[in-house]
Design a protein around this ligand. Structure first.
Ligand code: ZN
Length: 373
């Protein structure tokens, strides 16, 4: 089966645009996926040594298989470029299918490209650099797009150097790491990355997926993709607990962490449990000098797609109120992946006033410092 056929959905293109009853305010889409049309598309940005290595090794792609081709979650209809290639690989299609009909002010792009799964650290560093230079040359010239710096987390020192190389450019607003990392993201060997990100005013984006090599669940490997997808929330919870407990968010107070595509409906009870146990065990981590929930509200943000809305959608608003802050949720579509049939379901039902304005764009403009440009 050709790659384009594998991704193709037989459905007609649905109505996929900004809902008419949303206020005319800035709309910032905090999770838009872009991917190289082929591994050869990265060759102009790779040194000759690594071009030869890819050819001689027979590597065909590092594209994420987070969404199995043909799965209903994979991609919205019509997102496969007419000339072939995977969804999210054509800048013109992104403009006509997403940015124009949604009236997007800014979209933050995430290229989830499997660099973290490479065991050869030199190759991983070269691929991360190539992906970043490819993004910059071929996508980020679109003024509505801002990019995320892909890093090889398996080599934190050189990952930090990559953040240094690109962090001063306006095109990039975030450092991107996968939620399924080799070790918990709070641990100190990662801190050079966070130091560089904070210095350049970049957020740390942690996105669903990753090939860190650990089982998908704390009790071993599950049997089904459904289990894996639901279990992603546990990985986000583990990373959040690590980032707070290790003191990252105290040590780097200007750093903002954005948890992308991991949901948020689990957060209020996690904060309750975290606060309660911190009170009893805080001597173990004396650098965490205030309630974990306070630190989370200050420093962590959550993209809202996919929305874990119950059958009675009004109940989700109760969860939003339990967060205790209007600043934590960020609008996202997760384009080109399909998580909702009706665009109205891309915002918590009943959100209104300042909370809605913050959700649609204001919160993201703050966290990505887009008003300062
Ligand atoms: Zn996503």
């Amino acid at each position: 089966m050709r790659q384009a056929d594998a991704h193709r959905s037989p459905d007609p293109a649905p109505e996929y645009r900004r809902p008419a009853d949303w206020p005319e305010v800035d709309l910032v889409d905090t999770d838009v996926h872009i991917t190289p049309p082929s591994i050869e598309a990265l060759f102009p940005y790779l040194p000759q040594r690594w071009r030869d290595y890819v050819r001689e090794s027979g590597v065909r792609s590092l594209e994420s298989d987070l969404y199995p081709p043909g799965s209903p979650l994979s991609a919205i209809p019509g997102s496969v470029p007419a000339h072939g290639g995977p969804p999210g690989s054509d800048p013109d299609l992104l403009r006509t299918q997403l940015l124009d009909p949604w009236g997007t002010t800014v979209a933050v792009t995430n290229c989830v490209y499997g660099v973290d799964g490479i065991h050869n650290p030199d190759w991983a560093v070269a691929m991360a650099r190539a992906v970043n230079d490819w993004q910059r040359a071929e996508w980020l010239c679109e003024p509505r797009l801002r990019g995320s710096i892909v890093v090889a987390g398996q080599d934190p020192e050189r990952a930090a150097a990559e953040v240094e190389r690109l962090g001063g450019l306006d095109e990039f607003v975030q450092v991107l790491m996968p939620v399924r990392s080799r070790t918990p993201l709070g641990q100190r060997h990662y801190w050079p990355i966070y130091e560089a990100a904070e210095r350049h005013g970049l957020a740390l984006g942690v996105h669903a997926g990753g090939a860190g090599g650990n089982p998908m669940s704390p009790v071993g490997s599950p049997s089904y993709y459904l289990e894996e997808y639901v279990l992603l929330a546990q990985a986000f919870q583990a990373q959040l607990i690590s980032l707070v407990s290790e003191g990252v968010l105290v040590r780097f107070p200007e750093l903002r962490v954005v948890l992308i595509e991991g949901g948020f409906s689990w957060l209020p009870p996690l904060m309750w449990r975290f606060d309660k146990n911190w009170k009893g065990l805080r001597r173990e981590i004396p650098w965490v000098d205030r309630l974990p929930s306070e630190i989370i509200r200050e420093s962590v943000r959550f993209t809202a797609q996919p929305l874990d809305a119950p059958a009675d959608a009004r109940r989700l608003l109760q969860v939003v109120e339990q967060l205790g802050s209007d600043r934590m949720l960020l609008f996202s579509t997760d384009y080109p992946h399909r998580q909702f049939d009706d665009p109205a379901c891309s915002a918590p039902h009943g959100l209104a006033g300042d909370a809605l304005v913050g959700f649609l764009g204001r919160n993201a403009l703050d966290v990505y410092r887009l008003d300062e440009e």
